[in-house]
Design a protein around this ligand. Structure first.
Ligand code: GDP
Ligand code: MG
Length: 370
């Protein structure tokens, strides 16, 4: 059944908690500010205090915000979104940097100038690939825990001189649980003690069957240091994405996920968002977690302004009123009123959970006494 804490009920009515408690006391029930009462009691209290009550279910507030189906013929191919995982020191950062640098057009002013948490590169066949630049299992699991699925393909980096290690196995489990296919990048093959065959054998023991061994997992021997076979790795990603037949409808209001967000001194809240469906435009009203805003500017991974961003495109968004959190899902809504309704509702939910856990009890009591 629906419930609410007395503190939250008081907040929503802009009444003092003590007045709610006094009223309940008159009806013979002794309560603390942190107690939870049912919706019917709450409605009686509210009406007693002269408020009109509109009961709104969660499903109503968030209704239609995400995952509304698209017509099959509205779907178009979209670039793959790739995350790099693997054991510490096996070369995740080096590989990401090498791929990005190899892709910088010769003579491009300043090379990589602006750097956001995700970037696009071009495969040898001209197709774009989006890399999420947050190697680390923590980020991956955090996003999954929030219901955000951003990755289409995981690149599993295994150092050829070190082999399968605990975080390698962890990454395999993450990818399996998320049902995301792996491509193995056997790294550091420039090293004299590199043993790529040993890596394949060890992977087999963890149910990763590489192509060489007759399995379905693509593997590429690379060297991030010597920039060897990076093109082959990009080719493998394109091949895998063709198998996955990745599609999205670009002609609808945008949905996406916050990859990272921070408060910039000059520009205010800045969020890197991966657009996953639809197209995001300047002027759109967006919600993310308990924050909302009107898109004031969109910047691509090189810091260049762009008027819009379609599926699989990572962009920096300026215009949020507060800083959202990594993993928050982003949606475009039709009006500021709707954005407020959704974010205020979520904020209430968040506070309620805090109070229920006892986190807000102390301040609530102080409020009540003052
Ligand atoms: P991460 O912890 O997985 O991000 O690993 P890093 O990218 O920080 O690399 C760890 C170390 O391995 C660094 O000293 C790199 O210079 C080195 N390294 C990375 N890739 C290669 C490679 O292909 N060959 C060699 N010889 N060293 C590499
Ligand atoms: Mg690193």
């Amino acid at each position: 059944p629906e419930t609410i804490t007395i503190q939250e009920l008081a907040n929503r009515m802009s009444e003092r908690g003590v007045d709610v408690i006094r009223l309940l006391m008159k009806q013979g029930a002794l309560h603390k500010i942190t107690d939870v009462i049912d919706a019917d009691t709450a409605q009686l209290v509210a009406e007693e205090l002269g408020h009109t009550v509109k009961r709104v279910a969660e499903s109503d507030v968030e209704e239609g915000l995400f995952d509304m189906p698209d017509a099959e013929d509205a779907l178009e191919s979209r670039p793959p979104v790739v995350t790099i995982m693997g054991h510490v020191d096996h070369g995740k950062t080096s590989l990401l940097d090498a791929i990005r640098q190899a892709n910088v057009v010769a003579g491009e002013a300043g090379g990589i100038t602006q750097h956001i948490g995700a970037y696009q590169v071009t495969a040898p066949n001209g197709a774009p690939i989006t890399f999420i630049d947050t190697p680390g299992h923590a980020a991956f699991t955090a996003m999954r825990a929030r219901g955000a699925k951003v990755t289409d393909i995981v690149i599993l980096v295994v150092a050829a001189d070190d082999g399968v290690m605990p975080q390698t196995i962890e990454a395999i489990h993450h990818a399996k649980a998320a049902e995301v296919p792996l491509i193995v990048a056997i790294n550091k093959i420039d090293k004299p003690d590199a043993k790529p065959e040993r890596v394949r054998t060890e992977l087999l023991q963890h149910e990763v069957q590489t192509e060489t061994f007759g399995g379905e997992t693509l593997e590429v021997e690379v060297s991030a240091k010597e920039k060897l076979n990076l093109d082959k790795l990009l080719d493998a990603i394109i091949l895998q994405s063709e198998v996955l037949d990745l599609k999205a409808n670009p002609e609808r209001s945008a949905e996406g996920t916050v990859i990272e967000a921070r408060l910039d001194k000059g520009r205010g809240p800045v969020a890197t968002v991966l657009v996953q469906r639809g197209t995001l435009h300047i002027g759109d009203i967006i919600v993310a977690g308990s924050q909302w805003g009107r898109v004031r500017a969109l910047l691509d991974d090189k810091g260049a302004v762009c008027p819009s961003a379609g599926p699989s495109f990572p962009v920096e968004i300026l215009g949020f009123s507060g800083t959202p959190e990594a993993g928050d899902r982003v949606a475009v809504v039709e009006s500021e009123a709707r954005a407020r309704e959704i974010t205020e509702y979520r904020e209430r939910q968040r506070r309620e959970k805090l109070v229920a856990r006892g986190g807000g009890a102390r301040t609530s009591l102080t409020d009540m006494m003052s």
